[in-house]
Design a protein around this ligand. Structure first.
Ligand code: NDP
Length: 451
């Protein structure tokens, strides 16, 4: 059978664009459909604008430090309108780059929704039907609101980049990456932040000691973090929303943000028509090669709900092309992925938490918390954490957890060593870079505990 294309990609985010580009560079005839903006969650309503907001939010601390270091500076007001205009100009530029990548590599693009008709055909929103030898679904995910009275009034992370003005107060629901990052960003930008998290400690699943310190620092920065508290209802009132909490308290916040998780974008994709199996959360079920139960249909990125991070989606896209177009079956290894949470201070982590490692066997824990030189000199109370979790038998470093300014940058490099299977002695043999915060990672001599 003659197909219109060798590959049809649905979704123009990080994963879809990468797979389309690399397949086309290898000589495949490739088309891609995107119903919204090119670049997807990461570029348009996720990592990139979030990180620019992180930078913007850090200036009040920097200005206070500058004063402590002898500079005569005063802090003026933050002009959200000016920042937002610049932010969106940057996102427009990046979207142009993504479009340019596809065009420059001969990928045909359709700026509309596409859905599957059968294992080899898609239908575009204008009714056009196109066939392809392989179909790759890379439609990502979307934020979800909990099912409670008034929840439709609440914002989700997508909305934050589009706000006309910054609210004076906000209630953030959730304790994951997005909730904690935005609590810190908005706090830095001068918004009065309250955060409800239903569990005992934020950032569930990460190392207890590390998330404990992040939580303390967040509280110390003025975020009103209420653990073991959830929202039960919200209603519109003058000046914002009246919220009722599980502890019975009621208060009015100008805005409410639901950072209560994300769901795979599989609705109305024609998966049933094509016979593609989905899991309990609606995620597309794939094997190690990102292949679905329908051999011609593959899926990568957040729509598969494996590890929902941009660089992982990109890897999955590259491995898909290698497997399908280069005849070199390449599974994606989802172990030992370094990641950072851009709270203030940041948390960088790779490998097992102390709790996970202990459950697998005896470990030695090396950890130190201290006041970093820069902040200490400025009289700030900030503390940082450097922590290694070491297997007591093999001596391998199983986990590295850093809570510090710049932890995201540090963990990328520590991740290489951990990935290579470095032992504690390999870390010890490495000479310290002095004076830095990161040097502590190679100078911890005695375990703080055996567990
Ligand atoms: P997460 O799944 O990380 O967190 C969701 C949070 O909402 C959890 O604290 C969860 O609580 C809570 N929650 C869920 N349902 C409810 C409910 N009904 N009522 C109250 N609380 C609820 O999702 P995020 O949206 O924060 O992030 C999604 C993913 O995006 C992340 O897992 C990550 O993969 C990625 N991401 C990565 C970033 C980075 O690399 N820096 C930044 C942002 C996102 P509980 O813990 O009890 O389940």
């Amino acid at each position: 059978m003659a197909f219109d294309y060798d590959l049809f990609v649905i979704g123009g985010g990080s994963g879809g664009v990468r797979a389309a580009r690399v397949a086309a560079q290898g000589g495949a005839r490739v088309a891609l459909a995107e119903e919204s903006r090119y670049g997807g969650t990461c570029v348009i309503r996720g990592c990139v604008p979030k990180k620019l907001m992180v930078f913007a939010s850090e200036f009040p601390d920097t200005i206070a430090e500058a004063r402590a270091y002898g500079w005569e500076v005063t802090q003026g007001a933050f002009d959200w309108g000016a920042f937002r205009a610049k932010l969106h100009a940057e996102l427009d530029r990046l979207e142009g780059v993504y479009r340019g990548i596809l065009k420059g590599n001969g990928v045909e693009t359709f700026d509309m929704r596409a859905r599957l008709v059968d294992p080899h055909r898609v239908e575009l929103a204008d009714g056009t039907r196109l066939s392809a030898r392989h179909i790759l679904i890379a439609t990502g995910g979307r934020p979800v609101r909990p099912d409670l009275p008034g929840a439709a009034h609440g914002l989700v992370s997508d909305d934050l980049f589009l706000m006309e003005r910054l609210p004076e107060s906000i209630l953030i629901i959730g304790g994951g990456y997005i909730a904690c990052e935005f609590a810190c960003i908005l706090n830095g930008l001068g918004v009065q932040v309250t955060q409800f998290y239903r569990g005992a400690q934020v950032l569930r699943g990460f190392d207890d000691e590390a998330r404990g310190l992040v939580s303390e620092e967040m509280t110390g920065a003025g975020i009103d973090l209420r653990l073991e508290t959830n929202i039960t209802a919200m209603e519109k009132v003058a000046g914002g929303y009246r919220v009722r909490a599980t502890d019975g308290q009621e208060a009015v916040y100008e805005q409410v943000l639901f950072a209560t998780g994300r769901a795979p974008n599989t609705r109305d994709l024609g998966l049933e028509a094509a016979g593609v199996a989905v899991g309990r959360k609606g995620e597309i079920v794939v094997d190690a090669y990102s292949q679905t139960n329908v051999p011609s249909v593959y899926a990568i990125g957040d729509v598969t709900d494996r590890v929902n991070l941009t660089p992982v989606a990109i890897r999955e896209g590259m491995a898909f092309v290698e497997t399908v177009f280069n005849g070199n079956p390449t599974p994606v290894d989802h172990e030992l992925i370094p990641t950072a949470i851009f709270t203030r201070p940041e948390m960088g982590t790779v490998g097992l938490s102390e709790e996970e490692a202990r459950a697998r066997g005896p470990v030695e824990v090396y950890a130190t918390t201290f006041k970093p030189m820069r902040e200490g000199f400025a009289g700030r109370a900030t503390r940082v954490l450097m922590k290694l979790v070491v297997c007591a038998t093999t001596r391998r470093v199983l986990g590295c957890h850093i809570v510090a300014p710049g932890a995201g940058e540090m963990i990328q490099l520590a991740g290489i060593a951990v990935r290579m299977g470095a032992t504690k002695e390999d870390f010890d043999r490495t000479v310290a870079v002095h004076p830095t915060m990161a040097e502590e990672i190679v100078t911890m001599k005695t375990p703080v505990r055996h567990a």
